[in-house]
Design a protein around this ligand. Structure first.
Ligand SMILES: Nc1ncnc2c1ncn2[C@@H]1O[C@H](COP(=O)(O)OP(=O)(O)OP(=O)(O)O)[C@@H](O)[C@H]1O
Ligand SMILES: [Mg+2]
Length: 370
């Protein structure tokens, strides 16, 4: 287990890269640090590795405080975006290098390197030089090199960003498989939310040196803690619609410029004290009901684009200030051709909020119902 408490890192010229970060990484879990460029992902990882000294706060590996230990005393394996292999050493010696430093005899360390290479399916490359390998192969070598010393913690900083799309998926599945096989506590830095969702047990979303939410992929997707997380997670991105809370005798309503929708009981309860509050409704593209005829409590969407994506049809249009994307539900009564004709005629579809949606405070961004 790794625990970070009140971690703060300031650089020169008053740059605060991390501000009071608290995180716990369970033993054997795989956690992703996710966020936009400059949010503090690498800084967090480097503090855990011991490559950077925190300004304040503490880091524990199990019960041992490691905050001021040098990297070599932390038993970590690291994999970087640039594979950083030793160019003048054969692959087998690259993998076995840390074992050599520890004084392990050649036969033994080569045996261990060979076993790890087998796991990563690069056994046939052991006699080559790094310059004779593809990017994906080099990345597997750097994984093997990090894992061969049986580290307590595996730290990966954007390990796949130099690979093409197909190889990315292959290597990410491989990393996940080996991580689970070995049960090594692992932390990966990425700015790719799909990668984080696919690999990690939990994801910490950072923005501007602060944790925005630390949760499972499901929770981040369905119950984002605030508008920042909601904007960041999911593809296509969540739709956002301005409204205000209106508490009337006949119930709690979400009142927009051109629509009014009655909030279901569970949501109404959370909004009980918020009459008049400006909110943002957040709803995913496939959580909207769609009909071709207007009905009470629907939102009119004037069609501007109809796309046939093969597996589904997506339509979009403007609703007030926001652009709304809708994935047509299975079994929708209109075909792609009909929707295209409707769009050409300047027609609309009517959206219903009967499924899952979230309500955010427009001012603070906080999820009011999550
Ligand atoms: N050595 C340094 N000196 C001064 N400022 C730094 C230094 N390293 C990082 N920073 C600043 O700290 C902040 C966090 O940087 P960090 O490298 O952790 O971001 P990141 O989330 O890894 O971004 P990216 O996705 O671009 O790699 C940034 O504002 C960055 O400019
Ligand atoms: Mg970085």
């Amino acid at each position: 287990m790794i625990r970070i408490e009140a971690l703060r890192k300031e650089f020169d010229k008053g740059v605060v890269a991390l501000d009071s970060i608290d995180l716990t990484f369970e033993e054997g879990s795989f956690v992703a640090l996710l966020g936009p460029s400059g949010c503090g992902k690498t800084t967090t990882l480097n503090c855990i590795a011991g490559l950077l000294e925190p300004t304040s706060g503490s880091i524990y590996f199990d019960e041992q405080e490691v905050t001021n230990l040098p990297p070599k005393d932390r038993n970590i394996g690291m994999v970087f975006q640039s594979y950083a292999l030793y160019p003048h050493m054969k692959v087998i010696d690259n993998i076995a290098f840390s074992l050599k430093q520890k004084g392990m005899p050649k036969a033994e360390r080569h045996e261990k390197a060979r076993k790890m290479a087998q796991k990563l399916q690069i056994e046939h490359l052991l006699e080559r030089m790094p310059g004779e390998l593809s990017g994906g192969q080099q990345q597997r070598v750097s994984m093997a090199r990090a894992l061969v010393k049986e580290p307590k913690v595996l730290l990966l900083d954007e390990p796949m960003s130099n690979l093409d799309a197909r190889l990315k998926i292959e290597i990410r599945d491989e990393i996940r498989r080996i991580q689970q096989d070995l049960g090594v506590t692992s932390i990966i830095v990425t700015h790719d939310q799909e990668e984080a969702m696919a690999m990690a047990d939990k994801i910490a979303i950072l923005d501007n040196g602060h944790i925005q939410q630390f949760d499972t992929p499901e929770m981040l997707y369905h119950h984002p803690a605030n508008l920042f997380v909601a904007h960041f997670m999911g593809n296509p991105p969540m739709n956002f619609i301005d409204a205000s809370v209106s508490i009337r005798e006949d119930g709690t309503w979400l009142q927009g410029e051109t629509f009014a929708v009655r909030a279901p009981a569970a949501i109404a309860e959370k909004l009980a004290q918020m009459d008049g509050k400006a909110v943002v409704i957040g709803v995913r593209s496939h959580q909207l009901d769609v009909s071709l005829a207007p009905a009470p409590e629907t939102l009119e969407l004037k069609l501007s684009i109809v796309e046939n994506l093969g597996k589904e049809v997506m339509v979009s249009g403007e609703l007030g200030e926001s652009r709304i994307r809708v994935t047509m539900p299975d079994g929708f009564a209109g075909s792609y051709e009909e929707l295209t004709t409707l769009r050409r005629q300047g027609g609309s579809v009517y959206l219903g909020l009967q499924k899952e949606f979230n309500v955010f405070d427009k001012e603070s961004g906080v999820n009011l119902i999550g």
